[in-house]
Each structure stands twice: as structure tokens, then as C-alpha cells.
Design a protein around this ligand. Sequence first.
Ligand code: PMP
Length: 287
Amino acid sequence: MSRVVYVNGDYLPEGEAKISIFDRGFLMADGVYEVTTVIDGKLIDFDGHFNRLERSLNELDIVNPMDREEWLDVHRQLAAQNAVEQGMIYLQVTRGAPGDRDFIFPDPETTTPTVVLFTQSNPALVDSPKAKKGIKVVTIDDIRWGRRDIKTVQLLYPSMGKMMAIKQGADDAWMVQDGAVTEGTSNNAYIIKDGRIVTRALSNDILHGITRAAVLRFAREAQMPVEERSFTVEEAKSADEAFVTSASTFVMPVVQIDGVTLGEGVPGPMALRLREIYIEESRKAAI
Ligand code: PMP
């Protein structure tokens, strides 16, 4: 069945949606995105994603084309029109399509942002077979740019990183800068040692995960100690547990790093407990 998607104010069958070949998102990766999860047909952490979208746009001098209520309405309409019970809503805003290709930003008075949203259903989000087994990661150099806090659509290197992992028989890659783990290709990275959760502190080196913020809050509320600091690959390999977080994977246990098995090689109790709490609390707060 064809999806209904949103393009610049219109709801259309996906096959009829069109954007210009001059769009700066297409030519220059000049755009930002967000992914909001849907559970029980409702949005998880909508305000976190909206606020980060505003911040990303601000950092790039792109005017937010809609206010909170308008964004919320489009999200809800798409989830409803596509009957998404579990899955995600992808949104992308680019600087728009001036008539020519030029490195200079177009005048925002005459070139308005392009807005695209679509849904992806995934009935196995909550009851994920991967979360029961845990995932394997390999480490790769973090050669991305210096503003990883802006959620831009420049995803070529993360995508290549994922392929490097798959070629080595793993599921994902953790990126490493100066010996310390920054984050996963599309998630934030954590280790647990002696009951303490360790994850890199917020800076321009990593994306400020919306799931990260929620999970750290729930961890602290559950009296699990949290240290926001860098950790090395060696430290990670000798950890008791590890996991990653993102909007679409929630808390995903990691059981192997560069071929080294953590603990018993099965998801650890703290990671599984955090996954449970995250899903339960997020469901309660969904809108
Ligand atoms: N880091 C990177 C590089 C990501 O791409 C993502 C997911 N888009 C995350 C972290 C996790 O962010 P969130 O929890 O907001 O999905």
C-alpha cells in the first residue's frame, strides 16, 4: 500500500511527491532532520525532537517554517493517515531550492525551506528480537566534521561505517576520536562498569540524543549512578555491560566490541532494566 507523505504543505501519495533537483538538501546536504518514534499510534518525546529541530535550524540560519502546533499536527495526521501503530516519522527541512547551484546561501525572502515528512512502520520496535540477543559493534575512526551536535543530513560516513561493521560480521560501529569513543553511527554509546553507567559528555563532538537525555534521567531516578565522561576503547572492552540509545532502538544492549565478548555475551541486567523503564515511561508520556 502506498504511503501518504507530506511535502511543503501537501499530503500526497508517495509516488506523487516531488522536490526540485536544485534543492540544497540534494546538492549540498544543506538540511536537517529528526526521527520521532510512534508507539501505540502516539509520539514519543515530541517536544525533545521539536526543540532539537529548532536548535539545528538556528545553528544553520534556516528559519523554522512551522511552529510547534503545526509540526505536531503534521506528525499526528501522517501517523493516522498511514495507520502507524509502531514505527517512526521522519522529517527533513532543507534550505530550499534556489534556481541555481551556488555556495552562497540564497536569500530567505525568496527561497523558502523545503519540508518533507514520511512514516515507516515497524511492528517489532518494542518487542525487538535484536534487543533480546544484543548487538556486536566494531570501532572505526571518527572522521566526521566538527559540528556533530547539529542533526544534518550529511550521513555518508555513518552509513559507510555501518557497512564496515556489517562486512566484519558485526551490527554497528562505534566511532573513536583520540582513543575515546564518541558515539555509534546512529546512536549514543554507553558502558557499565561496577554498576556505574558511563557515556560521553555533551559537546559538539556528539549528537545530543533525545533518548540519551530521557535514559539518563530515568537511570538517575532509579538510583543508577551516571558518569558523563569520555571512555576509551580498552575501557569499553573490559566493561560489564554496554548499550546504545536512539529514538528507534530505545536502549539496545551491546554484547561484543571488536570481537571481545562482554560478560556472558548476553544483554546485561542494567541495560535490559533501562530498556524496560524507558519503554514504560515513554509510553505513559506519549502524545
Ligand atoms: N548519535 C547519532 C550520530 C545519531 O544519528 C542518533 C540518531 N539520529 C543519535 C545519536 C541518537 O539520537 P536520538 O536519541 O535523538 O535518536
